[in-house]
Design a protein around this ligand. Structure first.
Ligand code: ADP
Length: 794
């Protein structure tokens, strides 16, 4: 046999085997039906249980006798005891029982001798509100003798005596089963289904961090099923427990509507929240009051049955009333809830059947009740699960679409702003040359305008780029130790210049008790501080800007808190909620001349969130605003900082050196960029320093050059077609002969985004310069990395 043939055979087998299994199970099914038809009946004649239809006698107060058959209701008041007797039949045998269904204390006598005493008053779980099957043992000797029953509960209503049965234990069990097992079994299955639904959807709800209405429906249905279980006579037989189950049934009934209120409220997206809340509160109050009355035996649940029924009825009316009203009012929003409507319709239909059965059963308990309501709940649960799965799918589709749309938007913004930066780079660079070289005042003035406008354009593009990176989750929080004094100093120095320009009073109140060294992402904290401070300056025409910084401890640890308070234009209350949204700008009339993209606060809020902090705004329109930010930080050194001004970065090499002009005619710098205009800008910007520049238009070209020649510094562009800056850097380490093994390589990039610097340093660059290159930054960067001996200060 060839290999192909044996595979074919195997495939045939895997097709045939399941069919054989199905066939065999069908055979078993047929055998079951056959057995049900032809097998003989099990002989029950040996077990018996018959309703006792004998005549009973009651002695009235005036001594006259009244005869009756069961069931019977005595004309007595609550607390009155009753005594009634009968002559037992002649055919009584041993091991027979008189089965009485009651919840009241009674004593049974045969010819004056006590044979059974049920004392309901000793019950520890409160007053008894449910009847039980109580079996009074009979003997052959009792045949034809007088049986007297004395109902002696003085705190209860003893007027009703239900049907009694005489039979053996098995017969009595069968009788009880026959009467109550169907709704009970149904309720157990429904309860299990509800528990399963509850567990599964609670887990899903946790995972997707969204409240799912079905959880509350399942809870409601579980309660309803439990109510039927507790209310059933089967409870006593199945659980072998008595007395508290009836109380449980009442308690559940009184509160039953509440989970359905929560369910519908979620489903109807809070449209009728107020009504549901009012009704829930009324139900809760009702529950508490009735419980107190019941357990203090002031008014048992049984005695306020009509009141309970009325409340339940009002709840049901409310539920269906709102459903119908909502259906008519909000046709659009409930349109896609067809499954749920079928479920509700099913429940309504079967509830009506249940009510009809209850009415028909009023005089004789012939029809099985309770079961129709359960069928209705079954249908509701089934369709509600289908509906929930349907809306979860919709939600998933919606989320996926939203994620895809956000990504597409972020990618588009990132690409566009990157593309825009390249020409701005050329404009700023060339304009700088005009500013430096032009002797014509007019031209210098025009160039100045170009300078302001292009820098403004650059700010906008930077905002968009930052925002799209933050939104796409491409920004990391990099924590390290930092000196908070320096951070405050840096931010306030930057803002001080701007406040001076606008003639605003700038005050810094830094708590002297702040711990000196903290652990967190200093760069992001500075960004957040500067953003908020910048806004304060932007939106304040006159007055004061107060920058306060202090520390606070809570259960989780230390929090750095800073607030910026201004006397600016303020923000309207309705705008405050939208403040941290994307592209939101307010008060366009007043802000017409203030430049901004509406992204600053969105970026700030996201950075704060990423750092686990919170941001609050408190503003009075026309008077000013206060932004407060709390950031959890670890304390490394808790020595108080004292005066923050002591932490100015005075020993910074850059700060000192850039104050001086320099030349470096001996130095040789390699500029690698695919765009000629970019290379030209850098070459021209460096011309003042007399540095020798060599240009390369690709990574490949650079590799060739550094194999032959030594350079003191390399400025390498990141985004290049073919081999980009990072690839080129990697290739450098594989070169056999490299004349620039120790040469610092600076990344040049238009990728001037939040988190870019770390990215480049990690890739192995010595440092990073963002395009458009600012002449000042370029000169100081070159100065920082050129060998000391090549620098000649002017
Ligand atoms: P931008 O300032 O670029 O417009 P932001 O996201 O920083 O964007 O701010 C969003 C809006 O919030 C601003 O346009 C302004 O209307 C308002 N705003 C922010 N800070 C203040 C402030 N300190 N005072 C008054 N309004 C402010």
């Amino acid at each position: 046999m060839t290999g192909i043939e044996s595979k074919k055979n195997k495939d045939n087998l895997s097709r045939i085997i399941p069919n054989i299994i199905i066939f065999l199970f069908v055979c078993i099914g047929i055998y079951f039906i056959f057995g049900m038809i032809v097998s003989p009946n099990f002989d029950f004649s040996q077990y018996e249980c018959e309703e006792y239809l004998g005549e009973w006698e009651y002695i009235n107060v005036d001594g006259t006798k009244t005869t009756f058959v069961l069931p019977h209701s005595f004309d007595v008041k609550k607390g009155d005891t009753v005594t009634f007797s009968t002559v037992l039949p002649d055919d009584i045998m041993d091991d027979r029982y008189l089965c009485i269904r009651t919840g009241r204390s009674f004593v049974a006598y045969v010819d004056g001798v006590e044979i059974y005493n049920f004392d309901a008053t000793k019950c520890m779980t409160g007053p008894i509100v449910k009847a039980y099957y109580l079996c009074v043992p009979l003997k052959k000797d009792y045949a034809g003798r007088k049986l007297t029953i004395y109902k002696y509960d003085t705190s209860a209503d003893n007027s009703n005596v239900g049907s009694m049965y005489i039979g053996d234990m098995y017969g009595i069990y069968r009788m009880a089963f026959g009467k109550a097992s169907m709704p009970f079994n149904f309720a157990v299955v429904l309860a299990l289904l509800a528990i399963l639904t509850l567990i599964i959807f609670s887990i899903i709800s946790r995972v997707i961090e969204r409240k799912l209405p079905i959880v509350y429906l399942a809870l409601g249905i579980l309660c309803a099923a439990f109510w039927v279980i507790c209310d059933s006579y089967m409870f006593q037989i199945v659980f072998d427990r008595v007395f508290f189950d009836g109380t449980m049934a009442y308690m559940i009934t009184i509160l039953l509507a509440c989970p359905f209120f929560v369910y519908l409220n979620l489903l109807q997206e809070g449209r009728y929240a107020k009504i549901y809340n009012v009704f829930s509160i009324l139900n809760i109050i009702n529950f508490v009051v009735l419980c107190i009355l019941h357990f203090t035996n002031t008014a048992t649940f049984g005695s306020v049955l009509y009141h309970i029924d009325a409340v339940v009825f009002a709840d049901i009316l409310l539920i269906f009333g709102i459903i119908i009203y909502d259906y008519v009012k909000n046709k659009e929003s409930v349109k896609n809830k067809k499954y749920l409507h079928i479920g509700m319709g099913g429940l309504l239909l079967f509830s009506v059947v249940e009510i009809i059965v209850i009415i028909l059963n009023f005089n004789n308990n012939q029809l099985p009740s309770g079961i129709y309501l359960l069928i209705g709940l079954f249908i509701l649960l089934g369709f509600a699960i289908t509906d929930q799965i349907h809306s979860l799918r919709e939600y998933q589709r919606f989320t996926n679409e939203a994620i895809a749309a956000t990504k597409a938007k972020s990618d588009f913004l990132a690409n566009m702003s990157h593309e825009i930066r390249t020409p701005i780079n050329a404009i700023i660079g060339m304009n700088e040359m005009i500013l430096r070289e032009s002797k014509d005042d007019n031209i210098t003035e025009y160039a100045h305008d170009v300078y302001t406008a292009s820098n403004r354009l650059l700010d906008i593009v930077n905002d968009i780029l930052d925002f799209s990176r933050v939104e796409a989750g491409k920004v990391e929080i990099i924590e390290r130790e930092y000196n908070i004094g320096e951070t405050i100093s840096l931010a306030s120095n930057m803002i001080e210049i701007k406040t001076k320009e606008k003639k605003l009073d700038f005050r810094v109140e830094a708590s002297e008790k702040l711990p000196k060294v903290l652990y967190g992402d200093e760069k992001r904290i500075s960004e957040v501080m500067i953003n908020i401070l910048n806004n304060a300056v932007k939106y304040t025409v006159r007055g004061v800007i107060l920058f306060s910084i202090y520390g606070e401890y809570d259960e989780q640890g230390f929090n750095l808190v800073f607030s910026v308070k201004d006397t600016g234009i303020g923000i309207k209350p309705e705008d405050q909620a939208k403040l941290f949204g994307d592209f939101e700008r307010f008060d366009s009339e007043k802000n017409r001349n203030i430049e901004g993209t509406g992204l600053g606060l969105a970026i700030t809020a996201r950075l704060v969130d990423m750092m686990g902090g919170s941001i609050f705004v408190d503003s009075l329109y026309g008077s000013g605003s206060k932004f407060t930010i709390r950031l959890p930080q670890r304390v490394i050194d808790d020595t108080p900082i004292g005066n923050y001004l002591d932490y100015r970065r005075t020993n910074n090499k850059e700060d000192k050196d850039i104050q001086r002009d320099y030349i470096a005619p001996e130095a040789k710098v390699l500029i690698v960029d695919d765009l000629a205009i970019n290379r030209k800008v850098i070459t021209r910007l460096l011309s003042k320093t007399q540095i020798m520049t060599v240009e390369a238009d690709s990574g490949q070209k650079m590799l060739e050059l550094i194999e032959k020649e030594h350079f003191d510094l390399i400025l390498l562009d990141h985004m290049m077609p073919g081999m980009d800056g990072v690839d080129t850097l990697k290739a450098v380490s594989t070169l056999e002969s490299n004349q620039c093994a120790n040469t610092p390589i600076i990344a040049l990039t238009a990728n001037a985004i939040v988190g870019a610097k770390e990215q480049y340093l990690r890739a192995g660059f010595t440092d990073y310069l963002s395009k458009p290159v600012k002449p000042f930054d370029l000169e100081s960067m070159v100065l920082k990395y050129l060998p000391e001996e090549q620098i000649i200060y002017k």
